[in-house]
Design a protein around this ligand. Structure first.
Ligand code: ADP
Ligand code: MG
Length: 266
């Protein structure tokens, strides 16, 4: 781990509607690295992604998020995006009436280094669509409307390759995909990494997508706590054993903490 990580989540405690979801979360990603965040359903993985991106639904109660040397904890989502952060949603949006190509054009507008003339933009998007095995007819269709799960994920990969963010947080980009779409997404991740030395935080509870990736670090989240951090060797271990061990350990730690607190009270 380098001294100055690209993303540094420091002691983050966060809530929604008075309910604490994340507890003192620490997580660092260095430039150019690929990290994986794993954990059972409801652990708080998506919440963490949304918090890094600045979703106003969640309240930061403690801690901070530093990105590329800047404390971004209080920044709006568009500022974070311009700073080089990207989040793919677990459930991508549909925007009736907006053609995909217009959406893509708007998403790069005003971004330093990404200004392009219309002709160049169309050439670039076609190039990327071909790379992702995507039918260019989709570019003229309304964003997300009637797209299959796999097609939506391809659109996200297209956006990722077009925007070239410094860090991409990919939330369950692999869920519900058939083998072909999976290989496209996997190819998209690889292309992103190679084209701009991009960093990734991949959120998943499925180890399939990770098979072709060089993973630097794995973080395991259970009930809003990071309960383990290790190198890629943790992936096959989780594949074999699931998350039960971590859940049991976390429950034991909670019971111990509660017992200690009760003893202090007595
Ligand atoms: P994961 O992505 O690991 O499956 P989530 O981050 O989606 O988990 O959810 C973690 C917990 O926080 C769950 O109990 C979920 O119900 C709750 N939660 C997340 N977002 C909201 C929200 N906007 N409103 C209420 N509860 C939420
Ligand atoms: Mg989730």
């Amino acid at each position: 781990m380098s001294a100055n990580p690209l993303l540094s989540i420091e002691g983050l405690t966060a809530s929604v509607d008075e309910k604490t979801i994340l507890h003192n979360v620490n997580l660092n990603v260095a430039a150019g690295e690929t990290h994986v965040l794993m954990g059972p359903n409801g652990a708080g993985k998506s919440t963490l992604g949304h918090l890094v991106m600045g979703d106003p639904v969640y309240t930061v109660n403690d801690g901070r998020i530093v990105f590329d040397g800047q404390d971004i904890t209080g920044l709006t989502t568009d500022k974070r995006s311009r700073a080089g952060l990207f989040l793919s949603f677990q459930a991508p949006v549909e925007i009736p009436g907006v053609p995909l190509s217009s959406f893509l054009r708007a998403s790069i507008a005003g971004r330093p280094g990404l200004e392009m003339k219309g002709k160049e933009f169309r050439r670039r998007v076609k190039e990327l669509a071909a790379e992702l095995n995507m039918d260019t007819a989709y570019l003229n269709r309304e964003l997300g409307v009637g797209f299959s799960g796999g097609e939506k994920k391809k659109v996200e990969m297209l956006q990722l390759l077009l925007l070239q963010p410094k860090l991409a947080i990919l939330d369950e980009t692999d869920s519900g995909l058939d083998v072909d779409a999976l290989s496209t997404v996997s190819h998209g991740m690889d292309a992103y990494r190679k084209s701009c030395d991009g960093s990734m935080l991949i959120i998943t509870h499925n180890t399939r997508i990770l098979e072709h990736l060089d993973v630097d670090r794995v973080h395991v989240m259970v009930k809003g706590h990071i309960v383990r951090e290790d190198d890629a060797s943790l992936i096959p271990w989780i594949d074999k054993n699931g998350f039960e061990t971590f859940e049991r350990e976390a429950a034991e730690q909670r019971a111990q903490a509660e017992a200690a607190a009760a003893e202090q009270q007595a």
